[in-house]
Write a protein that binds this ligand. Structure first.
Ligand SMILES: NC(=O)c1ccc[n+]([C@@H]2O[C@H](COP(=O)([O-])OP(=O)(O)OC[C@H]3O[C@@H](n4cnc5c(N)ncnc54)[C@H](OP(=O)(O)O)[C@@H]3O)[C@@H](O)[C@H]2O)c1
Length: 321
């Protein structure tokens, strides 16, 4: 089968289309003939080598979420899965391929009316957005900042905060055109990446920050938390923050601030599936919007990653075999 691996960490040119054996599902797994493969910010982070410390090596087969039809089941899996259209989390590897395997606990049937592309734009990121707001104890009336809102995590977080009754939904993004699109999804104020703009009625501080970016600027955003504010780091698309960023919190001791990381890995699989299932139903009803930037063939993974690196992608690129 055709698949895309990281031959060399770094630029998109380090990705290579290769032929690999079709995977055999192990006990508890299903195999899926892919029809849509999500290209996420996490794939770019792994490709650059940013996460090498977490055990990612060159030769890695990229891709964490797919949609398609189940073609085989492993030992202990109900054979009635075979032939069903599903969404699946493949576990940070294995997705950029014509056939992928996933643990059955991370596989969800696709409802009628949801395309594979929409499913991979929402399936992983919607859960991150939901539980990040939940763990941040977001409450109606609060001022929420979504930093790095133009990706699929941010796009869902903006919608959930808006419909959850936020007093303000502030976003950072790199262009006015993106800002307009985010306003259409529920943002009330738009800042540039450095935090400028937003207009005279923009909140001066935030009760909750959902941060997809991290990077060297992260400490400046801790300064913009309101007393009792909660900062939820969910991504590092801008790189890791400075090692001493925690001093910023200690310096502001009397504001009772909280900083937390959030990984969906810490949410029990049944809870993730329950939220994902209801988000898929909301997407079918039009109550939750998904944004597919572009659909490209699987062997165009290099241009797909170039577009991500160039900052051209609003929402998610989807590959199709
Ligand atoms: N917590 C979890 O469980 C979990 C699960 C999956 C993924 N992740 C993480 O989430 C991140 C990917 O999320 P995503 O796919 O929604 O993001 P994304 O699409 O890769 O990026 C979101 C937006 O961030 C902005 N951005 C990019 N680089 C930036 C920089 N250097 N400084 C400031 N803004 C920048 C860009 O928007 P503008 O150009 O408009 O500014 C971009 O569209 C990865 O770090 C991944 O590891 C976390």
């Amino acid at each position: 089968m055709k698949a895309v691996v990281i031959s060399t960490f770094g630029t998109p040119d380090g990705l290579e289309v290769v032929d690999l054996p079709v995977p055999v599902p192990a006990a508890g797994q299903v195999r899926i003939a892919t029809e849509a493969i999500g290209v996420g910010g996490v794939d770019a982070v792994i490709r650059r080598g940013t996460l090498a410390a977490y055990g990612f090596r060159e030769g890695h087969l990229l891709g964490s979420e797919v949609a398609g039809s189940v073609t085989a089941v492993g030992e202990g899996v109900d054979p009635s899965w075979t032939g069903r259209r599903v969404w699946a989390f493949t576990g940070l590897s294995g997705g950029y391929a014509e056939q992928a395997v996933a643990a059955v606990q991370d596989v969800l049937p696709l409802p009628d009316g949801l395309t594979g592309a929409d499913a991979v734009a929402l399936g992983g990121s919607g859960v991150v957005a939901h539980f990040a707001l939940d763990r941040a104890r977001f409450a109606p009336g609060e001022a929420v900042l979504v930093r790095g809102a133009a990706g699929s995590i941010g796009i869902t977080a903006v919608q959930l905060a808006a419909r959850g009754g936020a007093g303000a939904v502030v976003v950072t993004t790199s262009s006015a055109e993106r800002g307009a699109r985010l306003r259409d999804l529920g943002a009330t104020h738009v800042l540039d990446r450095s935090g400028e703009g937003g207009g005279s009625d923009a909140p001066s501080g935030f009760d909750v920050v959902i941060d997809v970016v991290g990077g060297p600027q992260l400490p400046l955003w801790l300064d913009r938390l309101n007393p009792n504010g909660r900062f939820m780091a969910v991504g590092v698309v801008g790189g890791q923050p400075p090692a001493d960023f925690g001093m910023r919190l200690m310096d502001a001791f009397r504001k009772s601030l909280s900083f937390a990381t959030f990984s969906a890995d810490t949410v029990p699989a049944p809870d993730r599936q329950a939220v994902r299932s209801s988000q898929f139903a909301e997407a079918v009803r039009g109550d939750l919007r998904t944004v597919v930037h572009e659909v490209l063939p699987l062997d165009q993974a290099v241009p797909a990653h170039r577009k991500m690196d160039a900052g051209e992608v609003f929402g998610r690129i989807v590959l199709t075999p």
